[in-house]
Design a protein around this ligand. Structure first.
Ligand SMILES: *Cc1c(COP(=O)(O)O)cnc(C)c1O
Length: 617
């Protein structure tokens, strides 16, 4: 397939593709208008023609216009200019024209994917997207199952919901049909590998006791908090996981954050120590949930090492579910896929170089990122957000399980496998967490994944351009000597070399050893580069910020502050570092022609704000 032309994927920072966009939108609207008109043309017209309308009706239309104008001016006054490379803040960039147009076209048909009967077209699209995601993640398409969720939060709930219910299945089988088991030891039953539990579930179905097992599993009986084990997450985890253990009755006390290393990746040695400690006191591990792209740093946890660790523990009779939270970074796996295969690392680098996406000097992907992404296929389930690196409008998350039999632990209908012979589930809503849900989202994600394939020539290069832009930005920050601000001097440092495309960075006045003063400086910059003071539309540069504190990260941020001249005792006293955070999703900073000028503009804005904050002449 020909690589996509990135410049033609978006409306564009100056609405460059406006003509195409408007013509296509009008065409799609006409299609819909005809669709209505042609439905039983013999039916009489109920609403009178525009030119026959009476005064009351004109008033209604006028009021509608007035309200929409009000809406439009509110939107223009304070919305975030995500289309522009001047916006380097949260996980946002321009959204794909294909996705926007598909969404707008579909919304007029108002399909509800909760049930096939209210959304025949878009239910099929949603399940096709599930298959696309299964392919993206290297799952066996015959066994895997995926669908669209409202967001990454809901997808994480589903991952942990399935993990919880699965973990409770062996104990339920012990009550209902113990003959299906080789053991009645509680410890062994709480440590069966996922595949063994799925086989057990199949056996229960074959024995006609599936419903009884489900009633005796966690979904029926509830659980004592912690009784099924601990949930181990990196310190950098997203807070949706805290909500999930709360809602699922696991309890936040049983969510254990594991230390991260200096690159903010889950530390596998600490993970193993934690598991050893739990095993020693006979506390099971329910699930381990690494991230591929942590929300604050874009750090990619060593999923391959975690999968290896699980295999080692299984040899010793200890197992747990492995769910990957790739809400942020899931789409980046496209950068490693060619012809549906996970490509060799040299081939990945070669193609990204040939397509002029990632510069050779950028040297991406590093081995550990590549291996972590390869290991996605070893996880039991994965969360992915099309509304982040998929460049699709909100609200679009996604969830995929490696083995569809797991759905029987959460479904509220006949076993999935049985109903599947009918091709489509009658009621998607009975296999998932949500109820009514927009078919328009399914259309948008499906259109995006069709126009921009989930492989190197599609999303691979689109995401790759963000990665390249982020690395350029990182190198510029790293190689910036002191910045002269009047008679003062200021230093700037990136926190880590990005695994993907997030750059965290902070400024400090040269010679300042007070961490609170350094934090104030960066807070001040954030205020001037956000919605905080004055309309965002007039800002030269817009960013986001985050706080790296001792409670969440141990002493890791202290080492970063030290690079900016903050002594250890200042770190111990304050215990938190405010950093600016730039998610570089925009593909435009990968171009030589734009980057140089961009960096000048960025530094100009920073100098001005620094002078303002420091009161320098
Ligand atoms: C964004 C994010 C989530 C939550 O996704 P939403 O779509 O915002 O609900 C979960 N995990 C990670 C790592 C994320 O970056």
């Amino acid at each position: 397939m020909e690589p996509v032309d990135v410049a033609d994927l978006f409306l564009g920072p100056k609405s460059e593709n406006r003509r195409y966009f408007k013509e296509t939108l009008e065409f799609l609207m006409d299609e819909h208008i005809h669709w209505r008109r042609d439905f039983h043309p013999e039916d009489p017209r109920i609403v009178r023609q525009y030119d026959e309308r009476n005064a009351v009706r004109r008033e209604t239309l006028d009021r509608t216009t007035e309200v929409l104008l009000d809406l439009s001016s509110r939107l223009k006054a304070s919305s975030m200019p995500w289309f522009s490379p001047r916006y380097l803040g949260h996980m946002n960039a321009d959204t794909l024209m294909a996705a926007n147009l598909a969404y707008m076209a579909t919304i007029l048909y108002n399909p509800n994917n909760v049930a096939y009967e209210s959304a025949p077209a878009t239910t099929e699209l949603e399940l096709e997207v599930g298959e696309q995601f299964a392919g993206l993640f290297g799952y066996d398409p015959e066994r895997a199952w995926g669908h669209i969720t409202a967001d990454g939060t809901v997808a994480n709930y589903e991952g942990l919901w399935i993990a919880r219910n699965l973990a409770s299945v062996p104990l339920a089988v012990r009550e209902v049909e113990p003959d299906l088991l080789d053991t009645d030891e509680e410890w062994e039953l709480l440590n069966l590998p996922t595949d063994r539990i799925l086989d057990l579930l199949s056996a229960a179905r074959d024995a006609g006791v599936l419903d009884a097992v489900r009633r005796h599993s966690a979904r029926g009986t509830g659980t004592e908090p912690g009784s099924l084990g601990k949930v181990l997450v990196p310190m950098s985890r997203h807070y949706s996981l805290a909500k999930a253990v709360d809602l699922l009755g696991i309890g936040q006390d049983h969510l254990i954050p594991v230390e991260v290393d200096e690159e903010y990746r889950m530390d596998v040695d600490r993970l193993a120590e934690t598991i050893d400690g739990l095993v020693a006191e006979e506390t099971p591990v329910l699930a381990v949930i690494p991230s591929a792209g942590s929300t604050e740093e874009g750090a990619v946890d060593p999923i391959h090492e975690i999968a290896d660790l699980r295999a080692d523990y299984e040899d010793r009779g200890v197992s747990f579910s492995l769910h990957v939270d790739a809400a942020y970074g899931g789409y980046a796996r496209a950068s490693f896929v060619e012809d549906r295969e996970f490509a060799e690392i040299d081939r990945v680098r070669e193609v990204l170089d040939e397509l002029d996406v990632v510069d050779r000097e950028t040297d991406w992907p590093p081995e550990h990122v590549y291996e972590a992404y390869r290991a996605f296929s070893r996880a039991d389930s994965i969360t992915v957000d099309p509304h982040k690196m998929g460049f699709v409008p909100y609200a679009a998350g996604g969830f995929v399980v490696r083995d569809e039999r797991a759905l029987d632990t959460i479904s509220y209908s006949a076993p999935y496998i049985l109903e599947e012979s009918a091709e489509m589930p009658d009621r998607l809503g009975s296999y998932i967490l949500e109820g009514s849900k927009p078919g328009a989202t399914a259309a948008a994600v499906w259109a995006a994944n069709r126009v921009v394939p989930l492989s190197l020539e599609g999303y691979g290069q689109l995401v790759g351009r963000g990665v390249e832009g982020a690395h350029r930005f990182f190198h510029s920050l790293e190689s910036t000597d002191e910045i002269a601000v009047g008679d003062r001097r200021v230093a700037v440092q990136p926190v880590t070399r990005p695994d993907l495309n997030i750059v965290d960075f902070a400024f400090n006045e040269v010679g300042n050893e007070r961490l609170d003063a350094m934090n104030d400086l960066n807070e001040g910059l954030y205020e001037r580069c956000s919605y905080r003071n004055g309309p965002v539309y007039t800002k030269d540069f817009v960013t986001s910020k985050t706080t790296l504190d001792a409670e969440a990260y141990g002493d890791v941020p202290g080492a970063f502050a030290a690079e900016l001249g903050i002594p250890e005792d200042a770190w111990n006293e304050v215990g938190s570092v405010t950093v600016l955070r730039s998610c570089v999703l925009t593909p435009y900073l990968a171009y030589d022609t734009t980057y140089g000028e961009y960096w000048e503009t960025f530094m100009g804005a920073m100098r001005e704000h620094l002078a303002d904050i420091l009161g320098a002449e």
